[in-house]
Design a protein around this ligand. Sequence first.
Ligand code: FRU
Length: 484
Amino acid sequence: MNTIDWFEKLTHTLETYQQNNNIDPHRLQFHLMPAVGLLNDPNGLIRYKGAYHVFFQWHPFGTVHGPKCWGHCTSQDLVYWQEHLPSLVPSEWYERDGCFSGSAVEVDGNMVLFYSGNVEHENGMLETYQCMAVSHNGFDFEKKGPVILLPEGYTSHFRDPKVWKRDGVWYMVVGAQTFYQEGAVVLFASSDLKEWELKGILAGNRLNGLMNFGYMWECPDFFELDGKDILIVSPQGLEAKETFYHNEFQSGYFVGKWKVGTTEFPHSEFIELDRGFDFYAPQTFQDNHGRRIMLGWMGITDEQEPHQPTIEKGWVHALTIPREIELRNNRIIQKPVQELQKLREAKGFHCQTSIENETKTLPELAGIVSEINIHFHQNLADTVKIEIRKNLSIIYVQHMKRLTLERKRFIDGKVESRSCFLDKLEDLHFFLDTSSIELFVNGGEEVFTARFFAEAEDVDVFFTTDGHVDVTLEKWNLRNPKEL
Ligand code: FRU
């Protein structure tokens, strides 16, 4: 479709949506999400000319994975987001079936985007092109077309370029599948962003002891953090083991030390970034305060995706809140960016209390758009359970050192769970936004992200223990950023 027709169709789609705009209790308030259609990966995260820019994979014309454009939002403070027209729409031959994921850099005052042009043939064959687009203002982009063609040795599952500069040289990592059907991250280098030299595989199966580690690696991100080099990647095809890899696809990272300019990257084991149900394809960027900020797709492609209840309202999925990441003992710690405190209503709730062998309803904790912090001073109970809106439970079992998040499946309402091992429960800090939870455990050592779909009237939080527990409870109702 040409650009003019595409935008006409978008206008028509949005108008129809506004006319039918009925009450939708599951729409989120402080998360990024489009009015209609399907959102997936965050793309092109960058601080540029005094604003935060977030682009995202968006198919506005249906709640399925159709040809994606790049949706676009900006913010001054990572809290209130302004929506803009999509910046890349699939109009050219090399991106006919989608302007797929990618990244942004600033060069001489211009914003330069790299993304994957996706072409799908009826027989299922794919073509992939790593493309470039340039803008003087961050809003109007001139497409420069493909800068990298599919190299030999890889299938056409080759996409999601992430570009950065180190010691005066531009580098790009691309998510790939080798001809052996194994996932990998491929490194390129360039002096001018147009001519790219293939360096080889930076990480993947058969390297650094990795075997049977996925048939495709999507959405790589590579950056320095506290003196180490971190490779984030979203592998597909990992088998579940212990508490790990229970979702259809995973996202996680390797910590290592890169011999700059080469493909030498000795690294740690893969560490999963999120232990919940709905987190995939995260991307990071560094802002003007030097913080490394990450957003992820608060969703995933799995058998439950077509059963998300918002589909009947014409939309599906959202991005996570922005999270600042740091490295502690070679592990990533995630914290909600502090700007989110602006959302707190002036009067919060704060108390110290004990719960002993009982189930307590805590009316002060009830609500659907809120931030809750539970700090455990003393936990003599074997089991602590916090039930939220009759839909979610957070359970810590001391003798197993195991923390679990349960929710009701979208398909049939049965309970499903995700867990991680935790030596000691110190605090549970979570954000509820009508149909999402982001739970930061022990200061962000572990994070659980999930969507859930409770009845509007179920607003309570129950606290159950089978022993003596002393806690500090804090809670804020959160305001809608549009009303700040
Ligand atoms: C990850 C992903 C990317 C691709 C994009 C398409 O969710 O599959 O690899 O570029 O989504 O929307």
